[in-house]
Write a protein that binds this ligand. Structure first.
Ligand code: SF4
Length: 267
């Protein structure tokens, strides 16, 4: 995986598009959407997941991350276009919904590329969405081909314990995606002691059952690869002592989600 930091360039002064604040880009992403992808990690996240691997993306504000233009990112993409034939671009985070104008301009530009329309994927936790003002994200979602939506916990209390935030906005975002019929892959991190029971996974299945646009389900076993970043940043690691998730249990828990979905759909 090639993760690079973009430098600010002069064309920031002349961009016709919204500027964005990003953490970094990855030019050969293989786990954030179909095929090989150009992945943009935006800066800023309102959640505080106990297992977050990227605490360095949390900070928001004028001095956090690197300011970039859509043109810079399009240029980076085009310089390696041949690699993305069966993939496209993914905007991840941090939380991309915090920058709706930038997201909309970037996806619009990728869809309009003269060399061919580029598949767009949004990797989001959904929390920045405001159901009182869905119009703020209308342009972004008009240009989104696929969403990877993280549902962290099926139970509101468990969700607050795991992320520090209430899940209502996230579920409202899921409803909005369903209303629009945008294909969604649900992502669920399985954390020992938090989300590793069949009850929780069945409840997740019931929760997402009304969304007929669910096109996939990724059950991600918790691992401890993010610990080093916490040490670098001098932050105490919240899940210290929690073991990595036993991958052998993932199929059983996946079945529990599917069972919950089927039960809620009455078949
Ligand atoms: S939503 Fe993602 S970036 Fe934000 S705290 Fe959770 S894991 Fe980290």
């Amino acid at each position: 995986m090639a993760r690079i930091q973009l430098d600010a360039h002069d064309d920031i002064q002349t961009s016709q598009f919204a500027r964005g604040r990003i953490h970094s880009v990855e030019t050969m992403g293989t786990v954030d959407g179909p095929g090989i992808r150009f992945v943009v990690f935006t800066q800023g996240c309102p959640m505080r997941c106990l297992y977050c691997h990227n605490p360095d993306t949390w900070e928001t504000g004028a001095h956090a991350g690197t300011e970039v233009t859509v043109e810079q990112l399009v240029g980076e993409f085009e310089s390696n276009r041949q690699f993305y034939r069966n993939g496209g671009i993914t905007v991840s985070g941090g939380e991309p919904l915090l920058q709706p104008e930038f997201l909309a301009d970037l996806f619009t530009a990728m869809h309009a590329r003269p060399a061919g329309r580029v598949h767009t994927c949004l990797d989001s936790c959904g929390y920045a969405f405001d159901p009182e003002h869905p119009e703020r994200w209308a342009r972004s979602l008009d240009e989104t081909d696929l969403v990877l939506l993280d549902i962290k916990h099926a139970d509101p209390e468990g969700h607050r314990a795991l992320t520090g935030r209430d899940p209502a906005r996230i579920l409202a975002f899921g409803d909005e995606l369903a209303r629009r019929g945008i294909p969604v892959v649900i992502r669920h991190v399985i954390v020992p002691g938090h989300t590793d029971t069949t009850d929780e996974c069945e409840a997740l299945g019931r929760l997402i059952a009304p969304w007929r646009n669910v096109a996939g389900l990724e059950m991600l076993p918790y691992h401890t690869l993010g610990v080093a970043k916490y040490e670098q940043l001098g932050i105490a690691y919240p899940l210290a002592g929690v073991p990595e998730m036993d991958k052998a249990r993932i199929p059983e828990l996946r079945q529990a989600v599917l069972r919950g979905m089927k039960a809620a759909r009455g078949r």
